[in-house]
Design a protein around this ligand. Structure first.
Ligand SMILES: CC(C)(COP(=O)(O)OP(=O)(O)OC[C@H]1O[C@@H](n2cnc3c(N)ncnc32)[C@H](O)[C@@H]1OP(=O)(O)O)[C@@H](O)C(=O)NCCC(=O)NCCS
Length: 338
C-alpha cells in the first residue's frame, strides 16, 4: 500500500522502520558508508528552507495482527524548489524488482506534474541499481561528480599542521563552529556570491545574499546538521578571501560532509585552499572527536581541488550523478506501462 506520509506526525515506530529500511539500502548499495542513527531523523525529514516544500509517500506492509502499521518497505519524497522537484526513492532490498520503485516514482511524478513543475532531478550513485532504474524510466544523466572519502586514521597530522600554516602573508585563518559570526555574514555571502557568478559564466543577481545564508544555516541546525567553517581573512581589506565548510550530521556523526570550499578570484595562488582545508581537519579533531571520515564531492574537471584533496589523503570512492527528466514525459511513460 502506498500512501502519503508526513514525517512530522508519523509515529516513532514508523520513523524507526524507515530507518531500518534506509540502513538495509545502505548495507546493500554502499556497504562502506556508516549506518544512519535515529538522532534528529524526524527533523532531517521535515525541515526545509523558506519557500521549499517536501512531500513524502511510503509503501507499507500489511497492518500487523495488533492493528499497528506494517513495516515501511519503501519511501519516496520530492522536494519542490525553484522550478524543479528533487526526488529520492528507497526500496528495501528484500522487495526490489517487484515494480515498487516504479510505482513510487509514478505517484510522486503525478503530484509534481499537478503542482505545475516541469522537471524532476535526482542524485544517482554510480555502480548501484539506481542507475539502471532511472535510465529505464527515461531519466538522462546531466552531470557527474566524484565522491571522495578521507579516512582520518590515515592522516599525517604533522604534515597537515605544515599545510595549515602554509598560507601567504597578509591572510589569517579563523575557525568558527556553527557558521560565520554575525559581523562576517555579509563578507562571507559576498565571497560565495562572487564565485557563483564567475563560475556560472554570467553576471546575474546571486541568491547568495546574507539573508539566504542565515536561512540556510538555520535550516541546517534545525535538521540536526552542525556546520563548521574555516575562513581566510584578507587583513588589508577585511574581505573573506577563502572559506571552507564541513557539516557533521547527527544522523551519521562519524562521517562528515564537506560543503563549499571557495577561494575568491583575487586571492588565488596563495595556498589558501590547501591551508583552510588542512586547518579544518585539525580543528575537527577536537571539535568533533567522534568523527572518523570526511566525504567530499568534486566536479571531475576541477583538477585544482582534486589535487588538494589527494594531498590531504582523500581517496576517490564513487561517481555521483545528477539525472533529470521532463515530468510530463515521465508521467506519460509510467501510466502507459501500468
Ligand atoms: C533504485 C530502486 C529504487 C529500484 O527499486 P525497485 O523497486 O527494485 O525497482 P522496480 O522493481 O520498480 O524496477 C523498475 C525497472 O527499473 C530497472 N531496474 C531496477 N533495478 C535494476 C537493476 N538492479 N539493474 C538494472 N535495471 C534495474 C528495470 O528496468 C526494472 O524493470 P524490470 O524489473 O521489469 O526489469 C532501489 O534499488 C533502491 O531503493 N535503491 C537505492 C536508491 C538510493 O537512493 N540509494 C541511496 C543510497 S545508495
Amino acid at each position: 500500500m502506498v500512501r502519503e506520509w508526513d514525517a512530522r506526525t508519523a509515529s516513532s515506530a514508523e520513523i524507526a522502520s524507515l530507518l531500518d529500511t534506509l540502513n538495509a539500502v545502505l548495507a546493500a548499495d554502499l556497504p562502506q558508508d556508516p549506518p544512519w542513527q535515529r538522532s534528529s531523523l524526524r527533523e532531517y525529514l521535515t525541515e526545509v528552507m523558506p519557500g521549499q516544500r517536501r512531500i513524502s509517500w511510503v509503501a507499507q506492509a500489511e497492518p500487523r495482527g495488533d492493528g499497528s502499521h506494517g513495516d515501511i518497505l519503501g519511501q519516496v519524497h520530492v522536494l519542490l524548489l525553484g522550478d524543479i522537484g528533487v526526488l529520492e526513492v528507497l526500496v528495501h532490498p528484500s522487495v526490489r524488482r517487484t515494480g515498487l520503485g516504479r510505482e513510487l516514482v509514478r505517484v510522486a511524478g503525478h503530484r509534481v506534474y499537478q503542482e505545475g513543475f516541469s522537471s524532476i532531478g535526482v542524485e544517482v550513485v554510480g555502480d548501484t541499481p539506481a542507475v539502471g532504474f532511472y535510465e529505464s524510466l527515461g531519466f538522462v544523466r546531466e552531470y557527474v561528480e566524484t565522491r571522495s572519502v578521507l579516512d582520518l586514521s590515515t592522516v599525517d597530522w604533522a604534515d597537515l599542521t605544515g599545510m595549515a600554516g602554509g598560507v601567504g602573508a597578509g591572510y589569517h585563518l579563523e575557525f568558527h563552529p556553527d557558521g560565520p559570526p554575525d559581523e562576517l555574514i555579509e563578507a562571507y555571502a559576498r565571497a560565495k556570491a562572487e564565485v557563483r557568478d564567475v563560475e556560472d559564466g554570467e553576471l546575474r543577481p546571486s541568491s547568495y545574499d546574507a539573508q539566504r545564508l542565515r536561512d540556510s544555516l538555520d535550516c541546517l541546525h534545525r535538521r540536526g546538521m552542525r556546520p563548521y567553517i574555516v575562513l581566510a581573512l584578507h587583513e588589508q581589506t577585511g574581505e573573506v578571501a577563502g572559506l571552507t565548510e564541513v557539516v557533521v550530521p547527527a544522523q551519521h556523526p562519524t562521517r562528515a560532509d564537506q560543503y563549499d570550499t571557495i577561494v575568491a578570484q583575487d586571492h588565488r595562488g596563495y595556498g589558501i585552499d590547501r591551508a583552510i582545508k588542512a586547518r579544518m581537519l585539525l580543528e575537527l579533531r577536537s571539535a568533533a572527536p567522534e568523527l572518523t571520515e570526511v566525504q567530499t564531492w568534486n566536479a571531475q574537471a576541477n583538477e585544482a581541488m582534486l589535487k588538494v584533496n589527494a594531498e590531504l589523503g582523500y581517496r576517490p570512492d564513487r561517481d555521483w550523478c545528477e539525472y533529470s527528466v521532463d515530468v510530463g514525459e515521465l508521467v506519460h511513460r509510467l501510466d502507459a506501462s501500468r
